[in-house]
Ligand binder design. Structure first.
Ligand code: SF4
Length: 81
């Protein structure tokens, strides 16, 4: 009996990965073409920013610290009442 892979990535449903996917742990290679094992259209995952399942890249989150003067904050709070 022939040993078959559980998923056939080159049956036309899966699109090859894009260059942005390079280095991702979800890439699988079949017949020298790289596919994503999570998504059919890897390019679409990068259209609106970072792919949410990428293992190699994450969006940078900037945490901005805002200094609050406790006296002014108390004044503002008392005015709202
Ligand atoms: S999970 Fe996202 S980044 Fe990784 S290979 Fe798939 S589409 Fe590309």
């Amino acid at each position: 009996m022939k040993n078959q892979a559980a998923v056939n990535y080159n049956d036309g449903r899966f699109q090859p990965v894009t260059e942005k996917c390079e280095g991702c742990g979800r890439i699988v290679e079949q017949e020298e073409v790289q596919y994503c094992k999570s998504f059919l259209y890897p390019d679409a995952k990068w259209k609106l920013g970072f792919c949410n399942m990428a293992t190699h890249a994450k969006p940078e989150i900037n945490i901005i610290k805002v200094r609050i003067n406790p006296l002014k904050a108390a004044k503002r709070a008392s005015k709202r009442k």
